[in-house]
Design a protein around this ligand. Structure first.
Ligand code: GAR
Length: 206
């Protein structure tokens, strides 16, 4: 199945620092990634990423998620995204599981980045789990979001070594540099209509 978003308008969802969002915004500003950030949404009022987006003059929305039914919250997010004519949703450190309401509104239209080589170490604290397990290489993964935790079809991955001297912070930083590089590349691939999904495999056409 060929994936072809209807336009190049991105909706960014974040819950924290927002360095991946900023890397994407920088790639767009420099002309390397042809896309528009239509809206930045956060469920955390104090998220640094939200402030970074405001500073850039982007449209931002804070939508509290605490004590709300997952479907109700997701329905409202979808409404905001549709209102802004978003065709590709980019999760950039958005720490929430998406309900069917959300997934069905954007079939193969939601991307996530995870700081490990999936399917290893899904969920939270991936870098600490990586160190605890003792693997010698780790990295990051950009994937389509489906109804499994960090489990959708993989678009791009990058590998970094795990050093004996690493703690979670140094490893996270090394991985983050790669995250900032591959997320924009993966977005560009999806927007270009070159991705084809066959089962779990995402093939990139020339
Ligand atoms: C990134 O390392 C991202 O891979 C991770 O959260 C961080 C957000 O950083 N996401 C997950 O762990 C999702 N399972 P940022 O706010 O600076 O982009």
């Amino acid at each position: 199945m060929k994936i072809q978003p209807a336009n190049r308008r991105l909706g960014i969802l974040l819950s924290g620092r927002g360095s991946n969002f900023e890397a994407i915004a920088n790639q767009i500003a420099s002309g390397k990634l042809r896309a528009d950030i239509a809206v930045v949404i956060s469920n955390v009022e104090t998220a640094a990423g939200l402030e970074r987006a405001r500073t850039r003059g982007l449209e931002t929305v804070y939508l509290p998620s605490k004590q709300r039914q997952r479907e109700d919250f997701d329905r409202e997010v979808v409404e905001i995204l549709k209102k802004h004519d978003v065709s590709l949703v980019v999760l950039a450190g958005f720490m929430r599981i998406l309900s069917r309401v959300f997934l069905e509104a954007f079939p193969f239209g939601i991307l996530n980045i995870h700081p490990a080589l999936l399917p290893s170490f899904p969920g939270t604290d991936a870098q600490q789990k990586t160190l605890d397990y003792g693997v010698k290489f780790s990295g990051c993964t950009v994937h389509f979001v489906d109804d499994t935790l960090d489990g959708g079809p993989i678009i791009a991955q990058a590998v970094v070594p795990v050093l004996d001297s690493d703690d979670a912070e140094t490893l996270s930083l090394r991985i983050l540099r790669e995250e900032h590089r591959i997320y924009s590349e993966a977005i560009d691939l999806v927007l270009s209509g070159r991705c084809e999904i066959e089962g779990r495999r995402v093939r990139i056409r020339d």
